[in-house]
Structure formats: C-alpha cells, structure tokens
Design a protein around this ligand. Structure first.
Ligand SMILES: [Zn+2]
Ligand SMILES: [Zn+2]
Length: 197
C-alpha cells in the first residue's frame, strides 16, 4: 500500500492519463464499504441485474458489490458524454452476461470499457485485475447501491456542486398531456425478458 502522499503525487503527475480508478486499487483496502457484510440490515439483494437500453445485452451479478462510486475523471466524462459516471464494482467472476456480448474499447494501457454496439449504452469499466465495475444507471435498480466515494476529483466540473439547488421538474410535467399521449418508450424494461423487447 502506498502512503497517501504518494497517491497525491500520482494524481499530480497523471491527472488525465489514467482513469482515476487506478487510485481505487491503491486505496480500496482503506475504504469502509457498507456492502461487505451480507448480514447487516443495510445489505442489498443477493442478486442484481441490468442491461443496456435496447435490451441486446443483459447481465446478472451473483454477489453483493464491493464498492459503489462516482468518477469525475476526464475519461469517464468522455466515455459517457456526461459530467461524471457512476459505477458499482464486483469481482469479475460474479458478473455473467445472460444475453449478448459487449463491444469493448480499450481506453488506456490499463483499462477497457464495455458498451452496447447497438444502442451505445456504456455498461462497464474494467481496470486490470479481477474487478469489474458496471455502470450504476444500467442496473435494473440503480438505487440499490448508493455511492460511498467520488474519484477523479481533479476533473470535477465546478457546477456539479450546485445541482441540488436547481429547480426540479418531473417528466410528465415537462412533457405535458399532449406529448404524453403520443409517447411510446422503445427502452427495454428493467427486468429479464424472453424476447429482446
Ligand atoms: Zn443495447
Ligand atoms: Zn473515471
């Protein structure tokens, strides 16, 4: 384990070259994860599942997650097209693809990212080693694993801190009755199905 001063030095030298998940491996044993104890009242369901937006890819997770995080690093911003990404981390052996196989982009010499080649949904980040992190939004229940740490702090977009102060509008309110009547979702439902749709 590197001392924390070494970790700070790494962030100064490699702020953009590596996804900050490199730091996850350096600090993982220091994190107090609420997910490690299956017997606690806060324990999550034993089996989580998820998939992409079009339903071509589905996965199941066999055990409790090891961690849940947000990552603000520049690679996660680019990979998602969003201000930050959220991940839930598992042992790679606990992830099983039950439909389809993801396309993979090797985003650095140390990591790769999986996505659906049909609809583009980002599905996982995998740093070298035995861990794999699925995107929190691709889980059938994204609320199941609340994040406990934020990575990539050096690239956090400043306005992220003000999000809670913005006006809040529900989708039905935003659409209004006329659009709601015409709206049809082509998104795969949040559970396994026999057919893709
Ligand atoms: Zn898809
Ligand atoms: Zn990242």
């Amino acid at each position: 384990m590197l001392p924390s001063t070494s970790i700070i030095a790494l962030t100064k030298f490699f702020p953009l070259a590596f996804c900050s998940d490199i730091l996850r491996d350096l600090t993982s044993s220091e994190l107090q994860s609420p997910f490690q104890d299956p017997g606690s009242e806060d324990a999550m369901p034993q089996r989580l599942s998820g998939g992409c937006q079009c339903g071509a890819l589905r996965y199941q997770l066999g055990r409790l997650p090891k961690r849940s995080c947000i990552c603000h690093c520049r690679m996660c911003q680019k990979a998602s097209g969003q201000p930050f990404m959220a991940f839930v981390t598992f042992d790679e052996n606990d992830l099983r693809w039950t439909r389809g196989a993801p396309a993979i982009f090797k985003s650095s010499s140390l990591a790769e990212r999986g996505y659906c080649r049909d609809c583009g949904t980002p599905l996982f980040f995998k740093f070298e080693g035995q861990e794999i992190s699925v995107t929190t939004g691709s889980l059938d229940d994204p609320s199941a694993a609340p994040p406990t740490v934020q990575y990539g702090a050096e690239s956090e977009i400043p306005w992220c801190g003000t999000l809670r102060t913005l006006p809040r509008i529900r989708t039905e309110e935003d659409f209004g009755p006329e659009l709601l009547v015409r709206f049809r979702s082509y998104q795969h439902p949040d559970h396994d199905t026999i057919e893709q749709r």
